[in-house]
Design a protein around this ligand. Structure first.
Ligand SMILES: *Cc1c(COP(=O)(O)O)cnc(C)c1O
Length: 360
């Protein structure tokens, strides 16, 4: 068996320990005589799995009792519609557009009501986070929406926007559980798990209870109502059962690693190795304004497309895979999520140094 260093933006690297444990339990989960993917989601055994997963997530993020945790399907993209359908009481919401995912959410919201672009960084290819300390926010918006970590462009809010009292909704897909968060600052925190937590197919929604109401937009499908899932503890229909089981294992791994403060320290250390190298390199450059740099997704370029392609090709051959930048921006991107070991980043930097010397 040989494992590569996988820098994919998502689906992405998972802790090896978790994968091994899942492999050991594949045929017979804890004496049940069956795999978790073969068991009823209403069985006692599965009930323990999903309840423990929720409790471990609550412990990790310090989620207050007046927030529900929902394990849903449809990916992060389904939330682009579910959020306006459930939250747009005045049919008006503010969006801060800092990348393609935020833009897609903004465009989707426009189907259901008035989506107002409060700020954008599109003028400079989304390479920074706009100043959100004093935005012009209409009084009657139902919420202010952000994408907290921009997976494609490698930017991250270091400070949350001043929403002037409005509910904050955040897509945290690519920074989920990478550092501690103050849940009370948000109305909704959600993310697809395939970036930093588990296998694709699960989206986690953490939502303040007062935002869960019967009062959804007319025509909202039952499956897209937060209330139906909250009232049924994520078991209204068959949930993505196996995916939730793996997420639960990752939560336990994170607890064992020391929780989110320890993860933040580790992630800062890893990102620093790469950014420090980029800042002194004569060949490679980071593409993001330094103060807005993400700890999770690190885009960089050589400034020469042919050289970029050569780098990606040689890196792949050397066991550093999925370094090609998003198809819309080109260049390279190293995603260094929680499960990427420090050693992986160190070895990548060594490889980049060698490439730089050979191609000077
Ligand atoms: C990947 C990603 C999405 C889309 O996720 P899907 O689960 O494929 O719908 C949305 N937002 C962010 C920030 C992402 O990184």
């Amino acid at each position: 068996m040989s494992r590569v260093y996988n820098f994919s933006a998502g689906p992405a690297v998972l802790p090896e320990e978790v994968l091994k444990e899942a492999a050991e339990e594949m045929l017979d989960y804890k004496g049940s005589g069956m795999s978790v993917m073969e068991m009823s989601h209403r069985s006692k055994v599965y009930d323990t799995i999903i309840k423990e997963a929720e409790q471990d997530l609550r412990d990790l993020m310090n989620i207050p009792d007046n927030y529900k945790v929902l394990f849903l399907q449809g990916g992060a993209s389904q939330q682009f519609a579910m959020i306006p359908m459930n939250l747009m009481k005045n049919k008006k919401a503010g969006y801060i557009v800092t990348g393609q995912w935020a833009k897609k959410a903004y465009q989707e919201a426009g189907i259901y009501g008035e989506a107002i672009k409060l700020a954008s960084s599109e003028d400079k290819t989304f390479s920074y986070i706009p100043d959100c300390s004093d935005l012009d926010i209409p009084e009657d918006v139902d919420y202010v929406y952000i994408c907290e970590n921009n997976t494609i462009y490698g930017t991250k809010y270091k400070e949350l926007p001043n929403t002037k009292g409005h509910t904050l909704v955040a897509d945290v897909s690519s920074c989920f559980l990478s550092e501690p968060v103050d849940v009370t600052k948000y109305g909704v925190i959600y993310g697809g798990v395939q970036k930093n937590i588990g296998p694709a197919g699960v989206v986690i929604v953490i939502i303040r209870e007062d935002l869960i109401t019967e009062d959804t937009l007319p025509g909202t499908p039952t499956m897209l109502k937060y209330k139906i899932h909250a009232d049924n503890a994520s078991l209204y229909n068959t949930p993505p059962a196996y995916g939730i089981y793996i997420c639960g294992k990752v939560f336990k791994w994170l607890k064992k690693m020391g929780g989110l403060s320890a993860m933040k320290e580790r992630n800062e250390e890893k990102a620093k190795i790469l950014y420090d190298f980029l800042d002194q390199s004569k060949l490679f450059q980071g593409t993001v304004v330094p103060k807005d740099r993400s700890l999770m997704n690190v885009p960089f370029v050589t400034g020469n497309e042919e050289l970029d392609a050569k780098f990606v090709k040689e890196a792949t051959a050397a066991g550093f895979v999925n370094l090609k930048g998003h198809r819309t921006v080109g260049g390279m991107r190293a995603s260094i999520y929680n499960a990427m070991p420090k050693e992986g980043v160190e070895k990548l930097v060594e490889f980049m140094k060698k490439f730089e010397e050979e191609n000077a």
